[in-house]
Design a protein around this ligand. Sequence first.
Ligand SMILES: Cc1cc2nc3c(=O)[nH]c(=O)nc-3n(C[C@H](O)[C@H](O)[C@H](O)COP(=O)(O)OP(=O)(O)OC[C@H]3O[C@@H](n4cnc5c(N)ncnc54)[C@H](O)[C@@H]3O)c2cc1C
Length: 398
Amino acid sequence: MLAVVVGGGIAGPATAMALQAVGVDAVILEARAAGRRGGSWFTISPNGLAALAAIDALDVVRGLGVPTRTNVMMGATGRELGVLPLGAPLDDGTPALSFRRPDLAAALLDEARRRGIEVHDAARAESATTTPDGATVAVADGRRFEADLVIGADGIHSVVRAAIDPDAPAGRYVGLTNFGGITRDTPIASTLPPDSWYFVFGRRAFFGALPTPAGDVVWFANVPREPISPAERAATPVDRWQEILTDLATGDHGPFAELIGGGELELVADNTYDMPSVPVWHRGRLGLVGDAIHAPAPSSGQGASMALEDAVEMASSIAAADSVTGGFAAFEATRRARVEKVVAVGARASSTKTPGGLRRVVNDAVMRLVFRYAVTERSQAWMFDHRVRLDPVGGAGT
Ligand SMILES: Cc1cc2nc3c(=O)[nH]c(=O)nc-3n(C[C@H](O)[C@H](O)[C@H](O)COP(=O)(O)OP(=O)(O)OC[C@H]3O[C@@H](n4cnc5c(N)ncnc54)[C@H](O)[C@@H]3O)c2cc1C
């Protein structure tokens, strides 16, 4: 059996490797050309790392990750609002790890290639079709790829999702724009709590910083505002964005004005979308994984972890079913409730960072109560402590 996986981000290579492990050959089509890509950092929590371990890919990428045990939440005036552990470590002691997003994607693609999976760069899928006997993907340069099934791992603006259901909803703007960067070799690194994201609910924006073992600090800013238009993006040079962000951080607790002023922006003016509920997850021999079906807002800290869980569950479902459509249906039955709950968590977390939300909850005392009683290690255990298994390993598939 052969699968074409559209998308070589996080879900794509993981799904291709998981399928290969259960006896299904896979080919990956990635729209972008090979080469170094810009992008910010994200955290894979233990549930996502367990999915990487299930496809024997954790050891391959572990060295790229920065251990991240807790989120430390601070108010604008410097009052600690709460400390949230990022789930129980794996049995071998591995805690959550933060990665530079494009570096993790590139490492997963390299590992897929090393395992003999064909990866086609600069192969942008334009359409996907399904018949009772097979499925086809047409690529922008005229090539066509035929297979027994097609899995769309092509992110929030998925072409495969549109082929499955032309009426599928589009992403929903969550009211925040995203900027991310790095400040290299800075003494600020040793002033931040180790192995932790240090978050500040600032008066005008939400900031996060993570010190790396190399002595750098990775940081981001979520700025509540209307989406940034292509015209504004084109007209605003990177150093102007840096000035704007530095101004937004000035006067609030934390080292953000200095970090941003002295650092390099790697993620510039990214409008943040989520995908609350996609009614149709599969049609015929076309299915979906990752952000294409359930993009949670970045505030959930779970998008990539959910994508990795999907990869393992999709392969298990396909291998155990007696038809491709049966496999897709089993995957949806296993995943829908969990991923939609995570999207809801992300939407709530984002709303505390938007202007109305900031005004509503800026009061430090309220936030302290939230982190003491509502958003706690215990209340989040369902998310972080979930463990997927590749099952049946080496199964036949149909
Ligand atoms: C700023 C930011 C911070 C985040 N922080 C976190 C975090 O801390 N923790 C976390 O778990 N998640 C986080 N996320 C979410 C996470 O990045 C996504 O959920 C995750 O990358 C989803 O993986 P994916 O493979 O489904 O989609 P993507 O990573 O978007 O990959 C999709 C791939 O498909 C390719 N593609 C698109 N269209 C086509 C096409 N037509 N043909 C071929 N290829 C195509 C794209 O080029 C891309 O490589 C964050 C997201 C953002 C934006």
